[in-house]
Design a protein around this ligand. Sequence first.
Ligand code: PLP
Length: 394
Amino acid sequence: MISEKMIMLGKKRSVIREIFEYAKKRSNEIGRENIYDFSLGNPNVPAPSCINESIVKCIKNEDPVLLHGYTSAQGDLNVRNIISENINQKFGTVLTADNIYITVGAAASLTISINAIALPDDEFIVFTPFFPEYKIWVEAAGAKTVPVASDQDTFQVDIQKFEKAISVKTKAVIVNSPNNPSGVVLTEDTIQKLCSVMNKKSLEFGHPIYLISDEPYRELVYGNIKVPYLINYYDNTFICYSFSKALSVPGERIGYVVVSNKMENSLDAYAAICGAGRALGYVCAPSLFQQIIAKCINETTDISIYRKNRDLLYEGLTKLGFHCIRPDGAFYLFMKSMEPDANKFCEKAKKYELLLVPGDDFGSPGFVRIAYCVKTEQIINSLPAFEKLAKEYQ
Ligand code: PLP
């Protein structure tokens, strides 16, 4: 007998994928240039030249058997050394290769971290709006998610609500900053307050509450915005990093987990990360791309394009009377729907070929997500369509 749960997961496409499929159909009907597809978080800025140049160099110069062969399950030692030294330089940490587990992107970093610590009935706190896959990953590990509403004006953590939600069953708290779908960056003040509650509650309950930081958008911040490095704020931290967006290589599937060296029983925690990687079949991330990221570790994709898109979209929509959360990072803008049901609002938007994602699956009904990792022309050309949409509500 096949697992009903897995059949259901396989058959039910995410809302984002549904809209993406609709966009493909519609662009076949009326042409790609006539639709405004804001559905998917697929980077549209090319990878820095270092990526392709390093691929060519590696293929020409490295021993092909080694280049395409297995590395250690947790990743090549030299690459892990380069990663840990890079983090130490940037954030003043004292990590070594033995704190790093190389993965196939943030999705694997998260599922490995969740499975390394989850026991049946454990609770994982997430803050709305949150990346919908968290729920699937946490439930697949036999635990459950407890969503906590963020402050509705700032989308920072509502510390009072958080303190009420945390319980003896809380195993971990997942944060994602810069955030998908809101683009909000958690401030240092928020982080300090969050960590102070977690330290207090860990003491009260007599067991560690882990902090899992999901960081695929760390490098995508606009202006002088600081994204605190959480290992410097909280000892029991796992960092789930990915190069997908930072280097515009989402299809190459490469990232890593950092187990803080200050974590309680950190050697066992790292062993559990290796164990979860093994149990899930996530051993030896692609060897070629391990070498490539080591060579491009100080590079970032050209984020000036996202910044320009952010400015045009935020200013354009605000002028038209839409209520938007100003995003400081990532490439998403979270906007209030002009009617309580964001699904109906998104259906109306389709009349003007605007493809937006309702916030319901992110745990924030009444909002829509606009992914602005698109050509700048699309933003400019879409504003008259947004204007028509706004007029429907006047
Ligand atoms: N976490 C968040 C918040 C994301 O937005 C994504 C991808 O869009 C992921 C995790 C998964 O990232 P990756 O492609 O590196 O697996």
